[in-house]
Design a protein. Structure first.
Length: 71
C-alpha cells in the first residue's frame, strides 16, 4: 500500500475517497479510528492508501484536481 495523502480535514478526505471510488481505484484509510485515542481533537492525520499497482493512476487523478498534497 502506498500513502497518497495525509490529512486532518475530514471533509477533504471524504472528497478524495469519492474521487477514487468514482474511478474504481481501491483504497483504504489508515488511522481513521484514531479519534478514539485522541479525544476527537483532530491532531493525527488520516492516511489515504492505495495498492502500489494503482499509485500512478491515483496520483494522476489527484494532480488533475490539484489535491495531491498533505495538510
Amino acid at each position: 500500500m502506498i500513502c497518497l495523502v495525509r490529512t486532518t480535514n475530514l471533509a477533504r478526505l471524504t472528497y478524495l475517497k469519492s474521487l477514487l471510488a468514482s474511478d474504481d481505484i481501491p483504497f483504504l484509510v489508515f488511522d481513521e479510528h484514531i479519534s478514539a485515542l485522541e479525544a476527537g481533537i483532530g491532531a493525527f492525520p488520516r492516511r489515504l492508501m492505495v495498492p502500489a499497482d494503482y499509485e500512478a493512476v491515483a496520483k494522476r487523478l489527484l494532480n488533475d484536481v490539484d489535491e495531491n498534497y498533505d495538510d
